[in-house]
Design a binder for this molecule. Structure first.
Ligand code: HEC
Ligand code: HEC
Length: 341
């Protein structure tokens, strides 16, 4: 393992030396889950202005909801409580540290419960990130990158990324150690089924994710050069079911194209497996990619290519991705998402 990583580092050093310019395609907005596909031009090289905490939506606090296999009942207001979100299956994870379960209520620099977005089992959702299966060191590095304004999103409408950076800023080193210990102890489980298809369900974008349309509006539409990742059950998505799985519709031919790029570099870059491991399950400091959300991975690849993720290792990835097109990154995301985590 060690030897492979050293070899990759040497390959990278020569690559970084010759690639200063990078492709400037517009962001693949399908990966952001926003209603309009037109990108919002921001592209500051500095940190985004801190955003105010969005007001909590008023949700029903009387009707008791349930989901299969859980003995608990929660109201919509409890499910989306930023400081004590529903824990449907406590048996699925070890006891959560305070910051994971409740965050910290602080008028000036609040931290929401990590479990609200990343789920108590660390599975995450396409609009944020899966944390289960990541290493302790990697999680610490990312939290410091957010803290130090070295990680932002290419589209300012991605409010959650700005919130994430705010939470990291409000965390002390002890906090970071506690949450990294918790999430790195969780095994990653398969949660996305990748299907090659010419069409995908018609969807509505909501809060950074896509939900299939229902009733008279439901149907399929041409997929084109996109990946559309939808929850297997939109109802369970609304209830924030942490066991929920997703279906990713990817263009026909993208898996084969992605496999070639990932395993050989396709003559354009360093093979991804040389750092992320032959099975793409990660070799520190490169995180696991197998079985993770393709929308999340696409956003990250674009952000790294565009120098929006410029921490210690984000810059390494920027050099790797410098000459890749959006379609090539899409194919890589589709292929690695299809692998067993
Ligand atoms: C409001 C939702 C939200 C909350 C709450 C939240 N995060 Fe995040 N987090 C995100 C989003 C969104 C991203 C991915 C950013 C992107 O796609 O640009 C992210 C990314 C991360 C990453 C990077 C993952 C990777 O693979 O690089 C880590 C680590 C992380 N969060 C840890 C935490 C911890 C620890 C907490 C609790 C203190 C927390 N987050 C709370 C939304 C959230
Ligand atoms: C030279 C080693 C190296 C190579 C080659 C490499 N990566 Fe990475 N990759 C990394 C490192 C290190 C990170 C962590 C970046 C950070 O800490 O910000 C990373 C991060 C990522 C992430 C973000 C994951 C997350 O959890 O946020 C994705 C996606 C990714 N790489 C995909 C790829 C793909 C696809 C390829 C091949 C085209 C590739 N990488 C090739 C080293 C590499």
């Amino acid at each position: 393992m060690g030897r492979r990583f050293v070899a990759a580092k040497i390959a990278l050093a020569s690559l970084a030396a010759c690639t200063q310019a990078f492709a400037a395609e517009p962001p693949p907005m399908w990966a952001w889950g926003v209603a309009t596909q037109a990108p919002v031009p921001i592209y500051s090289t500095t940190a985004p202005p801190p955003i105010a905490e969005p007001p909590a939506p008023k949700l029903d606090s009387t009707r008791q909801l349930s989901i299969a296999g859980s003995k608990f009942r929660f109201t919509a207001a409890q499910i989306s409580n930023r400081h004590a979100p529903a824990d449907w299956y406590p048996e699925d994870h070890p006891p959560m540290p305070g910051l994971v379960a409740k965050g910290r209520e602080d008028a000036k620099s609040p931290v929401w419960a990590c479990a609200f977005c990343h789920m108590p089992n660390g599975k995450g959702r396409p609009e944020n990130a899966g944390l289960a299966g990541l290493s302790y060191e990697y999680i610490v590095q990312q939290l410091y990158d957010f803290k130090n304004d070295l990680r932002e999103s290419s589209d300012k409408r991605k409010v959650e990324t700005q919130l994430m950076a705010g939470f990291a800023k409000a965390m002390k080193h002890e906090d970071i150690k506690a949450v990294a210990t918790y999430f790195s102890s969780l095994p990653m489980k398969p949660s996305v089924k990748v299907i090659e298809s010419a069409s995908a369900p018609k969807t509505i974008a909501r809060d950074g994710a896509y939900l299939p349309l229902t009733g008279a509006e439901a149907g399929m539409e041409p997929l084109g050069s996109r990946i559309i990742e939808v929850p297997a059950s939109p109802e369970d998505f609304e209830k924030r079911n942490p066991r929920l799985s997703y279906i990713a519709y990817v263009p026909i031919g993208s898996l084969e194209k992605g496999e070639n790029l990932v395993t050989t570099g396709g003559g354009k870059t360093t093979p991804c497996i040389s750092c992320h491991g032959d099975d793409l399950r990660g070799v520190n400091p490169a995180p696991p990619l197998a079985g993770r959300s393709p929308s999340y991975m696409m956003r990250q690849m674009y952000d790294m290519q565009q120098r929006k993720r410029t921490g210690l290792y984000g810059q390494q990835m920027a050099a790797v991705l410098a000459d890749l097109s959006n379609d090539e990154m899409l194919a890589a995301a589709a292929y690695v998402a299809s692998l067993q985590p």
